[in-house]
Ligand binder design. Structure first.
Ligand SMILES: [Zn+2]
Length: 226
């Protein structure tokens, strides 16, 4: 991986998965076609259909404008989850996972998130994996991780399903009924989900001390004792 190639904004390297202000939500109105959500434009519907669901439509312009650190770009998040790509540097985590006994996943664990660790077996996440070096940089600079975090090596991350706005047929129209729905793969309700993110289930989880791993790798250096 190369952290030096990441876009820099006000001295901070911007994670690849983050959204930029020049990237816009261009999701049009949805309709029901053949019992599935669809856009009026069949070409856009085809382009936005992935993993059994219709996805929100966003323009793609990484590096343009200002970064939205706390927001994930749907298309990049989906690609990173599916291919086990580091959400910070945009490169595969497969090789590191093979040598270190699992992909590294981080979860914010402060008052803001309300999460208290450790990361548990079978837990589901919307955050793609990271490399050790990328994760170590994130916990020292990323606002939602500065408040506290949990880290785990995950030997078997499995695509679980999709997160988005669940719709239903009501009164002659298709209407949103749950803005924060998580629907598993194989569930017929995926046809009525306007998807925004992919959900991964974490299996064979081993919680780790990230600071100790970083120190062993020579990343933490003099900071290890802080
Ligand atoms: Zn990385």
């Amino acid at each position: 991986m190369s952290l030096d190639t990441l876009p820099v904004y006000r001295g901070l390297r911007v994670p690849r998965v983050a959204r930029w202000s020049a990237e816009h939500d261009i999701t049009p109105a949805v309709y029901l076609r053949n019992s599935r959500l669809a856009y009026a434009d069949p070409v856009l519907t085809r382009a936005c259909t992935h993993q059994g669901a219709l996805w929100r439509a966003w323009t793609i312009a990484p590096g343009k404008g200002e970064p939205r650190f706390s927001h994930l770009h749907p298309a990049r998040q989906r690609r990173m989850m599916t291919r086990r790509i580091c959400q910070v540097c945009g490169l595969s985590t497969v090789e590191e996972a093979a040598t270190e006994g699992g992909h590294l996943f981080l979860t914010g664990a402060g008052e803001e998130t309300g999460f208290r660790g450790p990361i548990e077996e079978g837990e589901r996440t919307l955050h793609p994996p990271v490399h050790l070096a990328c994760g170590w940089e994130s916990v020292r600079h990323c606002r939602h991780l500065l408040d506290g975090y949990e880290a785990a090596r995950v030997a078997r991350p499995v695509p679980w399903g999709l997160y988005g706005i669940l719709h239903a047929w009501s009164g002659g129209a298709v209407v949103p009924v749950d803005a924060r729905a998580q629907i598993g793969h194989g569930d017929p309700r995926l046809a009525l989900l306007l998807a925004g993110q992919a959900v991964t289930e974490l299996n064979d989880v081993r919680p780790i001390d990230l600071r100790a791993e970083a120190a062993r790798a020579g990343l933490a250096g003099a900071e290890a004792g802080r």
